[in-house]
Design a protein around this ligand. Structure first.
Ligand SMILES: [Mn+2]
Length: 350
């Protein structure tokens, strides 16, 4: 069997601790399989920061991988968050261990279940990626393979805020798709099919405002695919009226940032409203990462005859949306965008 997970974004932040249950959980799933070979594919972004990791984090990741006694082999692709220097990703040293293959360059990787994967880890330059795909197609003609594993942004992919990403083109993968090669990619956190390829998606919400349904995939040796879902907290930003209850979809342990919509003339009641909101958050067992006032503009302030719709952005934009909009408008590198989101999240932490 193949267990497929990607974009784990492990960090040393206590708030991200929920991500660490994933490997033991995948290991338990592997333990339920009758297959002899139980291979875990991680399609990149093992960690969030690219370099200079804390000793605790590094030792935790290595020991958690080693503790996966039901998983016979790990194949880990280099994602864009896994390196600064292309040839020396931080976790390259994992490749020296028996049960781990850490793939840095495009290459054919035989899977222990008898299948073969062609891996193209993250490539920064689009033309270099295109050249790697051309090589992969040539390689298929010489000798077939079953899977093409990637970590790349393809044009048309849907980001967590619904906007469309720009990157490399998926049309070039069509010849492999037509031959029946299963194409799986990491990088985009929202699980989705895009032309010939499938984004597996993150196993949990990574940023505030991530509303997608996270998943991992299990693929049997016969090629049957099932989505599996690791129980992890949601990370939601919500805007509420001062007397509103907490939305029912938020459960114990979920991470929330709350904006309370308040007309300016009621700002003086904030201390009371804040205290009552904190009570509600506590009663529901939520972890609060931000509680702030958002001014509710008076109705008469809006131009009454305007044909323009009020942009929902005024009331529902969260930090992630703000960054994503800016990134889309200014064509900013996705790594920089991720960093900006992190900074905004931390600066809002209580
Ligand atoms: Mn990622």
């Amino acid at each position: 069997m193949l267990l497929v997970a990607t974009d784990l974004h492990f960090t040393d932040q206590p708030d991200d601790n929920y991500r660490f249950g994933l490997l033991p959980w995948l290991n338990r799933l592997a333990g339920e399989s009758k297959d002899k070979e139980r291979v875990c594919l991680i399609l990149g972004d093992l960690t969030d920061k690219k370099n200079r990791h804390d000793a605790l984090l590094v030792n935790r990741i290595t020991s958690e991988i080693e503790a996966c006694d039901h998983i016979t082999h790990f194949i880990i692709l280099k994602g864009n968050h896994d390196y600064i220097e292309e040839t020396v990703p931080f976790f390259k040293f994992l490749d020296n261990r028996n049960q781990i293959t850490f793939v840095i360059d495009p290459q054919r990787v035989p899977l222990p279940n008898g299948k073969t994967a062609y891996c193209i880890p993250h490539i920064r330059k689009n033309d270099e990626f295109d050249a790697a795909v051309a090589k992969a197609i040539a390689s298929y003609k010489e000798d077939k393979y079953d899977y093409l594993l990637l970590h790349q942004t393809f044009t048309g992919a849907q980001a967590s805020n619904g906007s469309e990403m720009k990157g490399v083109y998926f049309d070039q993968l069509a010849p492999l798709h037509k031959k029946g090669v299963r194409i799986l990619s990491g990088d985009i956190h929202v699980p989705q099919d895009l032309g010939p390829l499938t984004y597996v998606g993150s196993p949990y919400a990574v940023h505030f405002g991530d509303t997608f349904k996270p998943r991992c995939m299990v693929i049997t040796n016969k090629g049957l695919e099932t989505d599996v879902r690791y129980p992890a907290p949601k990370k939601r930003s919500v805007a509420l009226k001062p007397d509103a209850g907490i939305p029912s979809h938020l459960k114990k342990g979920d991470h929330v940032k709350i904006q309370v919509m308040l007309p300016r003339e009621e700002f003086h009641q904030w201390e009371l409203i804040r205290a009552s909101m904190l009570e509600k958050i506590k009663a529901r067992g939520l972890l609060c990462f931000g509680l702030e006032i958002k001014e509710q503009k008076p109705k008469e302030a809006q131009p009454p005859l305007s044909t323009e719709k009020e942009t929902p952005a005024q009331t529902t934009l969260n930090d992630g949306d703000v960054v994503n909009n800016f990134v889309a408008a200014n064509k900013i590198d996705s790594d920089v965008a991720e960093m900006a989101k992190k900074i905004m999240e931390r600066s809002n932490d209580y």
